[in-house]
Design a protein around this ligand. Structure first.
Ligand code: GDP
Ligand code: MN
Length: 385
């Protein structure tokens, strides 16, 4: 789960990381009121959207007067940044930037530990630095058994050439960032840029935090930070229906039992020249209502031409799935998409017999099912033009 910059900054502030004292506004008038509270110029107006690169997109602007606040807030509110409409801006006191640093922590799969990343090349996208000049990024493992130690801050401060009188503050920022990350089960927490100011202070100019969705049940309070308006509407709907769904941009809707098989199904569809419209794991059970919800969800994506069910009857019985699909179709009399179904495993014969007189296309293997889905998708597209 992603959150906004202002929310991530509030978490950092709780852990004693210095942040600019600002507030969120949803209208230009409100932005003016926040600027008045701040009471000094310039202020910075920042689009709050769940994507990076807002600066480049024109979503971060300095304002030196009330007129400029009005002008920039009006321009940024309603702006489209990478497909997301800006509905909130953060108004903060402008920072006198002397140097921009990158400081982040991620959960690294290869070392199986949180890894701190630091670079003196802050402000720009870290992926770019990693690609072009990887030697400019320092990586430090935080061993899960020991946690953060004094040496982490020392090594990082040396690498970043933090001036002596700012080191204590830098250590405080690193402590706060790592604590925020660990306490909330983040997959990523970053400050980019962490700023060294003209006056020699260290302050978090930007902040980003992603939470591990699988750990969210342990942090019910974080649910309040969720902003459904920033997420793919079909995925929001899927979550409400407890369907494990990820929207993609292809044409073949996939309904599969098991996450691994669902990944494999997408690969096989691609292998035969098709494009998957989604990832969907319906899990072990396939009750009629759940199947009907999955069918409705997938086909509300206008790109979808065909549905491909790929069912392996290991724990679940194929005949129960077949019955679920038949019941679901009976509850959706206007359903007009071709359905291909591959059923393999427990009671597959019985399942096939049950589907014999239905409009569902039965495939003997996963490969055959994928190929048939690709063919039907192409036919439907050429018929519609
Ligand atoms: P991002 O582009 O989405 O990562 O947004 P950031 O919050 O990182 O802002 C982008 C850039 O705008 C920063 O790297 C800074 O160079 C600049 N910026 C942001 N806030 C301020 C500020 O208060 N003062 C000044 N001078 N520049 C700022
Ligand atoms: Mn940034």
């Amino acid at each position: 789960m992603k959150i906004h910059e202002y929310q991530a900054k509030a978490i950092l502030a709780k852990h004693d990381v210095p942040i600019p004292k600002g507030r969120v506004a949803t209208t230009p008038e409100e932005a003016l009121a926040v600027a008045a509270e701040i009471g000094s110029w310039p202020v910075v107006i920042k689009a709050q959207v769940h994507v990076g690169g807002r600066g480049k997109a024109g979503g971060v602007k300095l304002a030196k007067s009330e007129d400029e606040v009005r002008e920039h807030a009006s321009a940024i509110l309603g702006m489209d940044i990478k497909g997301i409409t800006v509905r909130k801006v953060l108004v903060e006191p402008g920072i006198d930037i002397k140097h921009e640093i990158y400081l982040g922590i991620i959960l690294d799969r290869s070392t199986k530990a949180p890894v701190i990343m630091a670079s003196a090349e802050g402000g720009v996208e870290i992926e770019e630095v990693a690609k072009v000049t990887p030697e400019k990024i320092l990586k430090l493992i935080v061993p899960p058994t020991y946690g953060l130690r004094g040496y982490h801050a020392m090594i990082a401060a040396d690498f970043l050439e933090i001036p002596a009188d700012a080191r204590k503050m830098f250590k405080k920022v690193l402590d706060g960032l790592v604590d925020s990350f660990l306490e909330n089960d983040c997959s990523l927490a970053e400050i980019n840029p962490l700023v060294l100011t003209g006056a020699g202070h260290v302050i978090a100019c930007d902040a980003k935090m992603d939470f591990d969705d699988n750990a969210l049940p342990w942090h019910p309070a974080l649910e309040e930070l969720r902003d459904d308006g920033e997420e793919e509407p079909l995925e929001v709907e899927a979550r409400e229906k407890t369907l494990n769904y990820v929207r993609l941009d292809g044409r073949i809707g996939c309904i599969v039992n098991g996450a691994g098989l669902a990944m494999g199904t997408m690969d096989v569809v691609k292998h035969f020249g098709g494009t998957p419209a989604n990832f969907l794991d319906i899990g072990g059970g396939a009750k009629a209502q759940q199947v009907a919800e999955a069918l409705q969800l997938i086909t509300s994506d206008p790109h979808v031409d065909v549905i491909f069910f790929n069912i392996f009857g290991g724990i679940v019985r194929c005949d129960l799935v077949a019955q679920g699909v038949l019941d679901a179709l009976a509850s959706l009399p206007d359903f007009e998409y071709p359905i291909v179904m591959r059923l393999s495993g427990t009671n597959e014969e019985k399942a096939r017999q049950m589907l014999e007189n239905s409009p569902i296309h039965i495939a003997a293997t996963m490969a055959e099912g994928a190929q048939l889905s690709v063919k039907l998708s192409e036919e439907r597209r050429s018929a519609s033009v």
